[in-house]
Design a binder for this molecule. Structure first.
Ligand SMILES: Nc1ncnc2c1ncn2[C@@H]1O[C@H](COP(=O)(O)OP(=O)(O)OP(=O)(O)O)[C@@H](O)[C@H]1O
Ligand SMILES: [Mg+2]
Length: 348
């Protein structure tokens, strides 16, 4: 549904200084139709640049952007006819912002009607559509209110209704919940999930919060310094040993009790249980196994369990027991002393 290929954005900070910032460095992104796709990364990673390039709010320096089969980059800056086509294509892409971007002098209903005015719809049609959308986001009774009379969560619902006015196939969201408290965040994410399911809407969302990815994303990508360093469906990521995103999505705590120890993260999906395997391991090799941490959670709608265990001795001493665990079909991550930054952050 959304494909970027070699997407590059270089900002020229000051014309005179000639200093350049490479915000996107050859990004290949593929968002499938009907999925909720989360892009996560630290501040300055290039997330907003990515989303602004996807709807051509920002002109990419190089690379292509295709949305719903149309190459938007080919339309940009190619004369009036292509310009019209680009505007039309963009009206099928809804955008939700962190700070809502509502017009304070307009009522809720008039805010939602704004994109319809731009599309040249009649007054009657606009009002019918706006009321229908307000009903969809649970704000039917606020049509005549002004933004200042709404809570943050309600404002974001108006922002979402407005984004849906052009019947988009794709919704882009840049930190839509960053200004909201956790409870309201959950309800807005649930709304996005419901819209995704009800309307078959493809959602590309940008966030720096792992919980957002955990709650609603089918797929995720990790961005770092303008590049996508990891991506995939949440279930594939969780099944990938050493995946930084997976450990951040699902951190288990627990520190090694000494230098001469081997620490393993064991991941199991669905109903598979580790308990018998662990006690078998202990009996077979006559070793004491400590459980440092364990958790079961729902990630992207899937039940996943993770257990951090400690074996006496260094890695070299434990090659055979580790082989035994792998043979039982368990997913294992051998922990290095040096953990990736993202994991440490999420575990805090
Ligand atoms: N209009 C601009 N002009 C110059 N540099 C910019 C511009 N917009 C962004 N940048 C730079 O590009 C890099 C990526 O910025 P971007 O806003 O895409 O990051 P981000 O991942 O969205 O960060 P945050 O989580 O803080 O929103 C940063 O180094 C930023 O300073
Ligand atoms: Mg940003």
């Amino acid at each position: 549904m959304i494909t970027t290929s070699g997407l590059t954005k270089i900002y020229r900070a000051h014309r005179s200084s000639g200093r350049e910032v490479t915000a996107l460095d050859g990004v290949d992104l593929h968002v499938r139709e009907g999925e909720v796709y989360g892009v996560i990364g630290q501040s300055g990673a290039g997330k907003s640049s990515l989303i602004r390039c996807v709807n051509l709010l920002e002109r990419p320096t190089a690379g292509t952007v295709t949305v719903a089969g149309r190459d938007l980059t080919a339309l940009a800056g190619r004369g009036p006819r292509a310009g019209r086509e680009l505007r039309q294509a963009r009206s099928r892409i809804g955008m939700v912002f962190q700070h809502f971007n509502l017009l304070s002098s307009r009522t809720v209903q008039d805010n939602v009607e704004l994109p319809l005015e731009i599309l040249g719809k009649s007054g009657k049609e606009r009002s019918r559509k706006a009321l229908e959308l307000l009903d969809l986001v649970g704000l039917a009774d606020k049509a005549k209110s002004y933004p200042a009379q709404l809570s943050g969560g309600q404002k974001q619902r108006v922002g979402i209704a407005r984004a849906l006015a052009g019947d988009p196939k794709v919704l882009l969201s840049d930190e839509a919940t960053s200004a909201l408290d956790p409870e309201t965040t959950r309800s807005i994410l649930q709304l996005l999930r419901d819209l995704n399911r009800q309307l078959g809407l493809t959602v590309l969302l940008i966030t720096h919060e792992m919980d957002v990815v955990k709650q609603i994303c089918d797929s995720a990508a990790l961005m770092d310094r303008g590049r996508i360093v990891e991506s995939g469906t949440v279930s594939d990521l969780l099944a990938t040993p050493g995946s930084e995103l997976a450990s951040a999505l699902f951190p288990v705590g627990g520190e090694a009790s000494g230098d001469d120890r081997t620490v393993l993260d064991v991941t199991f999906h669905g109903d598979s249980a580790t308990q018998p395997v662990i006690s078998q391991l202990s009996r077979t090799y006559n070793i004491d196994i400590s459980i440092l941490g364990a958790a079961i959670d729902t990630v992207g709608g899937l039940q996943v369990g993770r257990m951090r265990i400690e074996l006496p001795g260094r890695y070299e001493d434990n090659v055979v027991p580790i082989g035994f665990l792998r043979e039982q079909g368990l997913q294992l991550d051998v922990l290095d002393r040096e953990q990736p930054v993202l994991v440490k952050e999420a575990a805090k």
